[in-house]
Design a protein around this ligand. Structure first.
Ligand SMILES: NC(=O)c1ccc[n+]([C@@H]2O[C@H](COP(=O)([O-])OP(=O)(O)OC[C@H]3O[C@@H](n4cnc5c(N)ncnc54)[C@H](OP(=O)(O)O)[C@@H]3O)[C@@H](O)[C@H]2O)c1
Length: 281
């Protein structure tokens, strides 16, 4: 029989288990990128999980691996959050999980190009997912959390939500909604025991740019973060109860500059950046 001292992860898991009853997190957009990393990290932190996205095969693979590695209950809920039916399925799950402690509204996508030339249905779908699904799932979660006097919601927004973004007009507007909405609801919940976090990442290496049809060649290496570093910053801030989280020093600086600029200048700078990124000049 070999006796090995447990590593830091194993120690954290056993401490979390010893600390109290099981707790559960629901993560949307868990089949890729930032959402998959949330799932990984939360399983390590001894959360049971419900993983939500459209690609069931990817969710099942991740659930099987996390359940086995971390001895957690990891369920798959395949749902299209661009549809009313998909959102209702997750709302029902929120209401049916008494151990729910954390709701991560992460699923989202962006469209890029001249608004007048983009597909109208895709623009609408972007609003359905990034705004309406997030609004309904935040409502479903905070209403049960408020009655229990505890629970947290992380709403994944973007640095793009701080200013109008030509060539990303709809995406930036959806994230501006998330920024305003999350901060306002957080204030309403002050003293209730329920916490909201507004996470505003910058460029993060996931499938996002590919889905948005953006070439990443012209984005300088220093501008990128890994999804692991983004999730680490988010969960660290969650422990501290911080509302607004901009991961990374460069992104923090960028966020501060954007917010300090006059609106007309911010708009033009954003257009120039996007034009350059898209290879327009
Ligand atoms: N990557 C970046 O540079 C960046 C920067 C700032 C903010 N963000 C934000 O970070 C969040 C996560 O994006 P990511 O970078 O991780 O992108 P990603 O790798 O493309 O992952 C997006 C996730 O959303 C899910 N999703 C998309 N449409 C969905 C739908 N209709 N119903 C349910 N799930 C859906 C996808 O799963 P399925 O396709 O399987 O449904 C996938 O799991 C988004 O809200 C994004 O706006 C990203």
């Amino acid at each position: 029989m070999s006796a090995r001292s447990p590593g830091p992860d194993a120690t954290r898991e056993s401490e979390a288990r010893a600390a109290g009853p099981r707790r559960l997190a629901i993560v949307t957009g868990a089949s890729a990128g930032i959402g998959a990393v949330y799932a990984e990290r939360l399983a390590r932190d001894a959360y049971d999980l419900v993983l939500v996205a459209r690609r069931r095969d990817r969710l099942e693979e991740l659930a099987e691996r996390l359940g086995r590695t971390h001895d957690r209950r990891v369920d798959v809920l395949a749902a299209d959050l661009g549809s009313a039916e998909g959102v209702r399925a997750v709302e029902a799950r929120i209401a049916a999980e008494p151990a729910l402690e954390l709701m991560v509204n992460n699923a989202g996508f962006g469209t890029t190009g001249l608004f007048a030339e983009l597909d109208r249905d895709a623009e609408e779908e972007e609003v359905r997912l990034n705004v309406l699904a997030l609004l309904r799932l935040t409502h479903a979660a905070v209403s049960v959390f408020k009655a229990r006097g505890h629970g947290s919601v992380i709403n994944v927004s973007s640095l793009a939500g701080f200013q109008p973004a030509p060539f990303n007009a709809t995406y930036a507007a959806t994230k501006a909604f998330v920024n305003s909405f999350t901060q306002a609801v957080s204030e309403e919940l002050r003293g209730s025991g329920v916490r909201l976090q507004l996470l505003c990442p910058g460029f993060t290496r996931t499938e996002f740019q590919e889905v948005a049809g953006v070439s990443t060649e012209r984005i300088p290496a220093f501008a990128w973060m890994t999804p692991e570093a983004v999730v680490e910053a988010s969960l660290d801030a969650l422990r501290k109860g911080e509302l607004l989280v901009i991961p990374g020093g460069g992104n923090k600086l960028m966020g501060a500059v954007i917010r300090a600029l006059p609106a007309s200048l911010a708009r033009r700078a954003s257009a120039a950046l996007l034009r350059r990124t898209l290879g327009g000049d």
